[in-house]
Write a protein that binds this ligand. Structure first.
Ligand code: PMP
Ligand code: GLU
Length: 402
């Protein structure tokens, strides 16, 4: 054991490790030690990367693509991303408006590093994905949380924008479909955000990492389609982690105004240089090859979503917004707060999530990590058998609280 005589940077002490990754690590360790854990914690598809994508990655190594690439990514991949945006959304980007990075998380990190000055405020609707506030803080910014209401299906009430915006507001982040609730922003909400952004000179960051996993028929509304002027002030964040079950390959990408992408490239050139070369070739195969994989996964997720939501809302006192996309359910368990098990009181989502893990061997992520303590997140990217067993265990665990 070494002594901790060297103090850490103050910025590190202000943030916590990613709670999603922390619960996942704990669940995996318990499982490895022999515990019968059902892991609903981490958000990643339970599918393998498509074979043709894996083959492209292997071929890239055989072909000698094992060296540094251009900082923003190989031109072929950036061109493919330009084409995908055109085909999927009819948005016009040029290759210098695209950055490939080490996963969607890294893309967000680059964006905040490129645009935030100390004290700048970033509007973050809650429930939010766990990494948004710490990333803003690491860039010296101030996260300003806009609470969304369960009764509105976590859509944004436009009047909240004026309530939470200040002269220091620099940006707003949108995540629709969202992690953790799978909720969607309505066209009305998106148009209101766009209008405020234009009037007040904000950057819009739209995290579209779940865009291919949606359960409604037809295209979901997108902020860029509400006003053409938003192209000049929006960065779109996406990646192949969720859409092509490629979480471990670490390929994300951003599209936005050329001067912002250039600034992000400057930051990337001084940090990770480029994302893994073979992984870039694999992502190229994903984006240019057959596009049926995300749809196939979504079809498999749909009955699982329906099963989880039906089971949860049938439990006494539990409510749950029906997710419009992604692969998470975010039930409200506040009915049980204040109750006890073996003399131990459940004071909130952290206690309840711990209780689920200890007493029911079910791993989940407490809503507090997403800025909403009344809730707990479960990923349903796992088999129906596991879901059935898991829901049964949760039902029993809740019933055991007095
Ligand atoms: N945004 C959201 C909303 C996410 O849930 C995640 C988690 N995977 C990411 C971004 C980052 O994805 P990646 O694994 O590509 O870093
Ligand atoms: N985004 C996933 C999740 O929320 C992966 C974990 C992480 O990157 O935080 O579980």
């Amino acid at each position: 054991m070494t002594s901790e005589c060297i103090s850490l940077a103050e910025r590190v002490t202000r943030i916590k490790p990613s709670p999603t990754l922390a619960v996942n690590a704990k669940a995996k360790a318990l499982k490895a030690a022999g515990a019968d854990i059902l892991n609903f914690s981490v958000g990643e598809p339970d599918f393998d990367t498509p074979e043709h994508v894996c083959e492209a990655g292997k071929k890239a190594i055989d072909d000698g693509h094992t060296r540094y690439t251009a900082v923003p990514g190989i031109p072929e991949l950036r061109e493919a991303i330009v084409q995908r945006f055109k085909q999927d959304h009819n948005w016009d980007y040029s290759i210098d408006q695209i950055q490939v990075c080490c996963g969607g998380k890294h893309g967000l990190y680059n964006i905040f590093q490129a645009i935030i000055n100390p004290g700048d405020e970033v509007l973050i609707p809650a429930p939010y994905w766990v990494s948004y506030p710490p990333m803003v803080q690491l860039a010296g910014g101030v996260p300003v949380i806009i609470p969304l209401e369960e009764k509105d299906n976590f859509d944004l009430d436009p009047s909240m924008l004026t309530k939470y915006a200040t002269s220091k507001t620099r940006a707003i982040i949108i995540n629709s479909p969202s992690n953790p609730a799978g909720s969607l922003f309505s066209e009305t909400a998106l148009a209101a955000i766009g209008k405020m952004a234009i009037e007040n000179d904000w950057l819009v960051i739209t995290d579209d990492i779940y865009e291919t996993i949606t359960y409604s028929n037809g295209k979901i509304p997108h902020i860029l389609d509400t006003d053409a002027r938003l192209m000049d002030r929006t960065v779109v964040l996406n990646g192949v982690s969720k859409s092509f079950a490629m979480t471990g390959w670490r390929i994300g990408y951003s599209a936005g105004p050329a001067h912002i992408i250039k600034a992000m490239n400057k930051i990337q050139s001084q940090s990770t240089s480029n994302s893994s070369a073979p992984a870039q070739y694999a992502a190229l195969a994903a984006l240019t090859g057959p596009q049926d994989f995300p749809g196939m996964m979504t079809e498999a997720f749909l009955p699982r979503r329906d099963f989880c939501v039906n089971e949860l809302v049938a439990m006494e006192g539990v409510t749950c917004v029906n997710p419009g996309g992604a692969f998470y359910v975010f039930p409200n368990f506040s009915h049980y707060y204040g109750r006890e098990f073996n003399g131990k009181k459940i004071n909130g989502s952290v206690d309840l999530s711990d209780y689920f893990l200890e007493e029911a061997q079910v791993a989940s992520v407490p809503g507090a990590a997403f800025g909403c303590d009344d809730f707990v997140r479960f990923s349903f990217a796992t088999s129906m058998d596991v879901l059935r067993d898991g829901m049964e265990r949760i039902k029993k665990a809740l019933a055991a609280l007095s």
